[in-house]
Ligand binder design. Structure first.
Ligand code: ADP
Ligand code: ZN
Length: 745
């Protein structure tokens, strides 16, 4: 009697739109289970695949056999696999690639290096760090007493019960002779054990306690915890002005989930920028937190991943990729600053972690809390439609007033810092208070222009101007890092007289130094924060009062709480409005509101000066007047008139290549095919373009895009599937499909 052959479904990390079936040879039965990796023959190659399911169906003929099962424990639960399947289908990305993206780099690197390299994921392999530990041995008394130092060591080991060799070394210096002797006598034993690299091991956190919540906070918390208790999916929009106590609500909701034996997932825009937030989580919960972010080494990331998989971390905090964390029994998912565009991945699997949090939350029956002081226009709409439950925190904690905001029309003013702002900065300095000056542009001048021919200095690889950085003595492309010595000469006519146009943070710092020589200035932008830990150092100079004025790009707008700041100046508030992007007004409103919210978070009230040419644009006016409702009303009207989200669903098809003509022909051909197909399959989709992308040339590639605008997601999906099946592309052309695109450039 033979049992039917075992067949498994395997996803392969290649750009293929399907999965594959394999036979499991008898000796590997019982090992080839869902969520584990397998080595399979694929064409002439051997590849690592991921087991999705064990299919009972034995009708499939001529299947190949798997070579080896690579893991002894599953990497994912069936719930997680279902989530990945959903993401693959929604973003129209191969499932095998989705699974590869979801794994920490450490695992992937390892398997590439070793090829068919045994069980490397959770237990063995080079990336796992092992250390020696000493424990009390089987013998408790001995006739032959060891020497005096050994006795001391023995006492310490017995006291600790279990102690790393490194700790003994620190305490006793070299003691290997004594340890050897004690081991021989059976008084102690030695074990080699797996340890996790801890990115926070050198930091000490002061514990803090839950605050007494104010009424709005309490109402919000009660609504959330009721859903956690019922283990019922529910989606909330926690809409609270800056400083209204949203984070305190997150902390207490998480604490509630932990008490119920459930776990918590926290997504933040970019963790390196929010050391204060992670600090608050550590202060409240101590250990048991895993932190995932781009600053971790592969080893650290891999260890954090394993800690989570094994249930050793109950709170996971991370940037967008943390949505794939192998966390089970999730009671609550927090998405902090839900409006941030960094939740969207811009290449490969172009997922949006904010959107996926709702999908994962549904599968895990969790409460999902989207928090922001300036929610997405689409979130406000969802709340109006009842798809998100609105929880409002309309006031600042302790009724601190919102800052007063004045708009300064810059017409006729040629200085970067207007006289009005200069006066207030001086006053604030005299009163020993702190200021922030915000300009969302780094570098010295925005760019250099040739006085002879009028041409701006621009990048030879990208269709953008080069930004002049005075300290580095270079003009730099912020897209491809192309750099030339500056000021230099005009590449167009050889002219040597180049004048500076516009201003960046570096120029702002230079001007402020002249204006206020006695002020202690601090500049924060991606040029001053590239070193490890430099971000935190700059922030702490601000919090301990050893700086007077913080100058910075959008980096300083986010989530920092500086109680000493009473004045905020905004330079060139409309900089973002010129972008060819339908979200330009939304982004400007959000950024301005966030920056304005940095003032007056402490005891003293705040004051803000907003410099702009067009001070009456609704994005600037509503931010200055704290009139969010007015902004959302106008913006939703605009979106409805123009047929943009939330009143339509978008996908963008990107076509790029080195040859301008081939790209153009390919794009035209795709557009014709899309139009033909949409009629055939009766999909209500508008095909816009092909148009040149706003940044037409990037890293030497020409770029065109086709925008698809649909009434329903279903129609959009059907059209792209049909197009994918019929389209053929030239070998030098690169195609990308971006569902719900965020970057329109
Ligand atoms: P948000 O996340 O909305 O910006 P926070 O949660 O950071 O707001 O709160 C702002 C400040 O007020 C923080 O310093 C926080 O510790 C404090 N805070 C929050 N809730 C309370 C409360 N109920 N009572 C007293 N202080 C609070
Ligand atoms: Zn460039």
């Amino acid at each position: 009697m033979t049992s039917p052959p075992q067949i498994i479904e395997v996803a392969i990390p290649l750009y293929l739109d399907r999965t594959f079936h394999y036979l499991v040879p008898d000796p590997l039965r019982g090992q080839a289970l869902p969520g584990r990796r397998v080595l399979v023959p694929f064409g002439r190659r051997r590849l690592t695949g991921y087991i999705l399911e064990t299919a009972a169906d034995s009708s499939i003929e001529k299947l190949k056999e798997i070579i080896e099962v690579l893991d002894s424990e599953p990497l994912w639960t069936s719930n997680e696999l279902e989530f990945f399947r959903w993401a693959a289908s929604y973003y129209m990305h191969p499932l095998g690639e989705v699974l590869r993206t979801a794994l920490p780099a450490g695992i992937n690197v390892q398997s590439r290096k070793e090829g068919a390299g045994g069980d490397t994921t959770l237990t063995g392999g080079k990336t796992v760090r092992r250390e020696k530990f000493y424990l009390p041995g089987p013998v408790s008394e001995t006739v032959r007493q060891p020497g005096a130092k050994a006795l001391e060591i023995l006492a310490v080991i017995r006291e600790a019960g279990d102690i790393p060799a490194a700790v003994l070394g620190k305490r006793f210096g070299s003691c290997s002779a004594q340890l050897k002797r004690l081991t021989e006598l059976g008084l102690i034993t030695v074990q080699e054990r797996e340890v996790y690299r801890d990115p926070f091991k050198d930091q000490v956190f002061k514990r803090d306690e839950a605050r007494q919540l104010h009424t709005h906070q309490k109402d919000a918390l009660d609504t959330i915890t009721a859903c956690i208790d019922r283990r019922q999916f529910s989606a909330f929009l926690l809409y609270g002005v800056t400083g209204s106590g949203k984070t305190e609500v997150y902390l207490q909701a998480i604490s509630h989930a932990l008490d119920k034996g459930l776990n918590a997932l926290v997504l933040v825009p970019e963790i390196a920028l929010t050391p204060q937030l992670t600090g608050r989580f550590q202060a409240r919960f101590g250990g048991g937190i895993a932190i995932l972010h781009s600053g971790l080494s592969d080893g650290e990331r891999y260890d954090e991943w394993r800690r989570i998989r094994r249930g050793l971390a109950r709170i996971v905090i991370g940037a967008r990729s943390a949505i794939f964390a192998p966390l089970e029994r999730i009671g609550v998912i927090i998405v902090d600053e839900e409006h941030e565009s960094s939740f969207k991945q811009s290449d490969g699997l172009r997922y949006n972690a904010r959107d996926l949090s709702l999908v994962r939350g549904r599968m895990e029956q969790a409460a999902v809390v989207l928090g922001s002081a300036t929610p997405l226009v689409t979130s406000i709409h969802s709340a109006q439609q009842g798809r998100l439950t609105l929880l409002e925190l309309p006031e600042r904690v302790e009724n601190r007033p919102m800052p007063t905001v004045e708009r300064i029309a810059m017409k006729g003013i040629k200085e970067t810092v207007s006289p009005a702002l200069a006066r207030l900065l001086d006053q604030t300095l005299e009163q020993n208070q702190q200021s922030i000056v915000f300009l969302n542009r780094r570098g010295f001048a925005t760019f250099l222009v040739c006085s002879a021919c009028g041409e701006p200095l621009s990048c030879p690889n990208c269709s953008v101007t080069l930004t002049f950085h005075r300290q580095r003595g270079q003009s730099i492309c912020h897209y491809c890092d192309y750099a030339v010595p500056a000021p230099g000469t005009c590449p167009a006519c050889g002219g040597t007289e180049l004048s500076e146009l516009g201003a960046g943070t570096e120029k702002l710092e230079y001007d402020l130094k002249e204006l206020l020589p006695q002020a202690r200035l601090l500049r924060m932008d991606s040029d001053t924060t590239s070193g490890k830990g430099s971000h935190g150092r700059l922030l702490s100079k601000m919090s301990d009062g050893s700086a007077d004025i913080l100058i910075g790009t959008q980096m300083i707008a986010k989530g920092h709480d500086f109680p000493g700041v009473t004045l905020v100046g905004v330079i060139n508030a409309e900089a973002g409005l010129g972008m060819p992007d339908f979200r330009a007004a939304e982004r400007t409103f959000q950024l301005l509101s966030q920056v304005i919210g940095r003032a007056g978070r402490g005891e003293l009230p705040g004051r803000v000066l907003v410099q702009a040419y067009d001070t009456d644009h609704y994005a600037i006016l509503s931010a200055a007047e704290h009139d969010a409702a007015g902004f959302y009303r106008q913006e939703l009207e605009f979106r409805q008139d123009a047929g943009y989200p939330p009143f339509s669903f978008l996908a963008s098809i990107g076509i790029s290549g080195i040859s301008e003509q081939l790209v153009s022909e390919q794009a035209e051909q795709f557009a014709r095919l899309l139009i033909k197909l949409k009629q055939q399959i009766k999909a209500r989709v508008e095909v816009l373009g092909p148009a040149q992308s706003p940044i037409y040339r990037l890293r030497s590639r020409f770029r065109r895009q086709i925008l698809l605008k649909a009434v329903t997601r279903g129609d959009l999906h059907r059209l792209i599937v049909a197009w994918r099946q019929q389209s053929r592309k030239g070998s030098t052309i690169r195609i990308s499909v971006d569902i719900d695109p965020v970057d329109m450039m």
